[in-house]
Ligand binder design. Structure first.
Ligand code: A3P
Length: 288
């Protein structure tokens, strides 16, 4: 194990957020007992994790759909490796829902034996970069960085989640080991109903039309942004103080990179993307 930047913690070649991890837990990830009906959302940071946590919580919990529940989404679908509520995962009733940023090689071996189900959400990496820049500078890391510097850091993989290219390629190339459904942030953005139906089908959940409508209403960007149970604002304020400027729910759009990247930065990014993703079969949506 070695130290990277102050907030990074490197373990088996992958960068974790130092402040949020329990070292004993991550050293024993392989042995974590996965149940057949566990569901894991897997994402590279800033790809729509919070959104999927909300969607899964709404799909699984009637009280959430009805608006009678009082639990925050993050307590319904907790982070796996950043267990900041210190929940006892072994005692949670089935089906357990988790979200994680782990790379394919670090997840519990049960998942590799096709126990449990995985939904992997990916997003075009230029928007990931922009979302991450705001999140990194304004929210959790509180570091002052220029976009240019942050882009270099991102392209070197010196961020929580390590290198974007390795994350998605690792998961995709090993998909036959897992019970996994890949979904694109931009597709969910363009077709929320179709995406909810796709998720339900994969998870074997049958919801009435009325319930699908309720899921959709509560999972829109506008609703989540102002829903204190869904938007993480309280959690961020508790952890980082009232002066935090940014939000998890920032813009929720496709193509915001055009407002950030210079022509040169974009060309450089494209060159690296083409080199890294040459034979990668999944397509990306870069613009509305
Ligand atoms: P932006 O910063 O581009 O707005 P994560 O949860 O993985 O950290 O990802 C956060 C990104 O997902 C943010 O992107 C956030 O706005 C976006 N997001 C979250 N909920 C959303 C929703 N309901 N609709 C659209 N985008 C959403």
């Amino acid at each position: 194990m070695e130290d990277g930047d102050g907030f990074l913690f490197k373990f088996k070649g992958y960068y974790f957020y130092r402040k949020g991890i329990d070292i004993d837990f991550i050293e024993n990830l392989d042995n974590f007992e996965v149940r057949e009906d566990d569901v894991f959302i897997i994402t590279y940071p800033k790809s729509g994790t919070v959104w999927l946590q909300q969607l899964l919580s709404l799909i699984y919990f009637e009280e959430h759909r009805r608006g009678t529940g009082k639990l925050q989404t993050v307590d319904q679908v907790p982070f796996f490796e950043y267990n900041f509520r210190q929940l006892d995962f072994g005692k949670r009733p089935s089906p357990r829902l988790f979200s994680t940023h782990l790379p394919y090689n670090l997840v519990p071996s049960g998942l590799k034996n096709k126990k449990g189900k995985i939904i992997y959400i990916y997003r075009n990496p230029k928007d990931v970069l922009c979302s991450y820049f705001h999140f990194g500078t304004n929210v959790i890391l509180q570091v002052t960085s220029t976009f240019e510097r942050f882009m270099e850091q991102f392209l070197e993989g010196r961020v929580i989640g390590s290198l974007w290219f390795d994350h998605i390629k690792g998961w995709y190339e090993h998909k036959s080991l897992f019970n996994i459904q890949f979904m694109m942030y931009e597709e969910i953005n363009k077709d929320l109903r179709g995406s909810v139906l796709k998720i339900c089908k994969f998870l074997g959940k049958e919801l009435s039309e009325e319930n699908i409508d309720a899921v959709m209403t509560k999972a829109t960007f506008e609703n989540m942004k102002y829903d204190p149970l869904a938007n993480y604002d309280d959690i961020i304020k508790t952890a980082y103080g009232k002066n935090v400027k940014g939000h998890f729910l920032r813009k929720g759009t496709i193509g915001d990179w055009k407002n950030h990247m210079t022509v040169e930065q974009n060309e450089r990014f494209d060159k690296i993307f083409q080199r890294e993703m040459k034979d990668f079969p999944l397509k990306f949506i870069w613009d509305v």
